[in-house]
Design a protein around this ligand. Sequence first.
Ligand code: DCP
Ligand code: CA
Length: 364
Amino acid sequence: MRKIIHVDMDAFFASVEIRDDPSLRGKPVIVGGMPNSRGVVATCSYEARKFGIHSGMASSMAGRLCPRAVFLHPNFEKYVAVSRQIRQIFLDYTGLVEPVSIDEAYLDVTVNKRGIPYATRTAREIKQRILQTTGLTASAGVSFNMFLAKIASDFQKPDGLTVITPERAPEILRDLPIGKFYGIGKVTEKYLLERGIRTGADLLRLSRQELVQTFGRTGEYYYNAARGIDDREVTPEHEPKSMGTETTFSHDTSDMTELVPFLRQQTQEVAAELQKYHYQGKTVTVKVKFFDFRTITRSRTIGEHTDDPAVIFAVARELLEHTDAEKIPVRLLGVTVSNFPAQGKNEGADGQLIQPEFDFGEEL
Ligand code: DCP
Ligand code: CA
């Protein structure tokens, strides 16, 4: 059985604004367009939601529903920065992270880097670390597939943690509004509601054949969703295969007292980027373009993965010294680190795959 966590930040844009201006705490806060503009609400605090305000609503309407609400313009750079922070936290637990939006991601922690046997404990730890690092709360859902993990994260917002075990899944699905089922969009929801299909219990009554006849292959998904079946796998974002930098000089040079310090600077930049995105590589490549545009690359693979600037520089320097750079004027110099560990595998620091002891009991 898989262990999937869905993490979703609470009232994301609004919570960031409130964090940065505590005088807003407890107030109806709306982030998005101003009420006298044609803009819309991006999101709002839970206090504002009590007035019926929600994402996508015209700001003018929100202003009428709650005249004392505080309206703020969004600060996207701040939200992206937080998004990166939480992603780093997720990657401390598993390489199998699938971001769905700026504030939401699925994690497959069946096998996890920390060897934590229970996904519930992992989720609790992640929530705590998000709070410590960003000052913001997240809600998490834990279950045995992506669909149910998402349903679970929605259950006790804000700051919630909900587990849906296989035993509990049927009762939760029975009462679930039809629009919340995986794959059912607005159009299908309306279609089903018009035919009196309002909840999971109603959906359960439709045969596979009926669903496939009406919806084609998607009907198969609905049939499965009603039964809590979802085989989608958590798919990590496309990962880079290398990180590097290159620079064209303002003048061609063969002077090693110029080239070597430059190379050192470049390796420091590359190492910083590797560290920032938590990559370590085994292969260092130096690229040299000479004054006549002839380009060569020289690579060396070392014994272990590294993001250490001193190690990368030592290798890069040796590679450079084995070229004609000292004799033929160099126009461009570049350094790349590649050969990262296999992605999506939850390796520990020593490269061993961590498989925690499992308890296939009730607790996830
Ligand atoms: N967002 C937006 N426009 C929308 C929906 C969302 O700009 N129509 C932005 C603002 C939200 C962020 O995306 O803060 C995340 O969207 P969510 O749907 O997860 O909503 P919130 O995080 O704001 O609230 P919740 O606590 O319900 O998750
Ligand atoms: Ca959210």
